[in-house]
Design a protein around this ligand. Sequence first.
Ligand SMILES: NC(=O)C1=CN([C@@H]2O[C@H](COP(=O)(O)OP(=O)(O)OC[C@H]3O[C@@H](n4cnc5c(N)ncnc54)[C@H](O)[C@@H]3O)[C@@H](O)[C@H]2O)C=CC1
Ligand SMILES: O=C(O)[C@@H]1CCC=N1
Length: 290
Amino acid sequence: MTQSGAQGCTLLLAGCGKMGGAMLDGWLKAGIASSVAVVEPSGLPESLRGNPAVVLVSGPDALPAGFAPDVVVLAVKPQVMDTVLPAYRALVRPGTVFLSVAAGKTIASFESALGESALGESALGKSALGEGAAIVRSMPNTPAAIGRGMTVAVGNPVVTEAQKALCDSLLRAVGDVAWVEDESLLDPVTAVSGSGPAYVFLMVEAMAKAGEAAGLPAELAMRLARATVAGAGELLHQSPTDAADLRKAVTSPNGTTQAALDVLMAGDGIQPLLDRAVAAAARRSRELAK
Ligand SMILES: NC(=O)C1=CN([C@@H]2O[C@H](COP(=O)(O)OP(=O)(O)OC[C@H]3O[C@@H](n4cnc5c(N)ncnc54)[C@H](O)[C@@H]3O)[C@@H](O)[C@H]2O)C=CC1
Ligand SMILES: O=C(O)[C@@H]1CCC=N1
């Protein structure tokens, strides 16, 4: 895990809710970012209060003197992003990259909302400002809170190699990262890995309910479902074997697993359901762009 690019960087986090908070937790656990300002109307989460590296500010116009963020992480809901962004225009400068985690919001929408800062143009001149805001659109997921996130990212042409490396090291500090060139992939990415943890948690809930229906006490059923999904996930994580072969290794010919899989895989099995679920999420991601 390479963290050197982000070690000691200054961060401004807009929105410290479930996703922004999960990433910030991960960065603080990884010892990344020397100084973090947080804009969060609900205040800092309990876990961050009293942390000397973190300061709560009322907005991007209320940063501590001399605080020039290397990275502005945009982690508010897509529905409020357009009203939130104008206040951040003054932070557009060559040294700052904007890293969005919002579902659906396109790079073009950030370019349009952030534009170029008046301060940047007068203080640095147009050529120093470059072509506008450096923007990375990314889609992480909440396992980032324990360093096991999966993020896919794409940058606009203004993003420098150093800024890409900085964002990469931040995202890598909380899990795995894949960079893509084609921004349209972010919609299906959101549908698979961004929303995906919820599908797995739903599976745990359903397995526990099925265990109860089969006669297990509720608490034991949930404990078994939770431990089984966590253990299977860890095995997938640590093993080079692909998922289908790991499945086959559990399945004794004519055994118990075979009996269950005959039900789960009857006809086209659960594939059409997942196809529809992922397509619906990708469609919603595209709608959120509007
Ligand atoms: N929750 C998840 O699993 C994932 C969420 N995302 C994205 O992360 C973003 C945030 O989502 P969640 O954390 O789930 O929602 P959330 O509602 O938990 O967090 C959003 C936070 O933004 C704060 N906020 C509202 N107005 C603000 C303003 N003007 N300035 C600063 N903060 C403000 C809210 O108080 C709230 O704490 C969304 O754009 C979502 O698409 C991306 C990947 C996964
Ligand atoms: O449900 C959502 O819209 C967000 C984006 C991916 C996960 N949560």
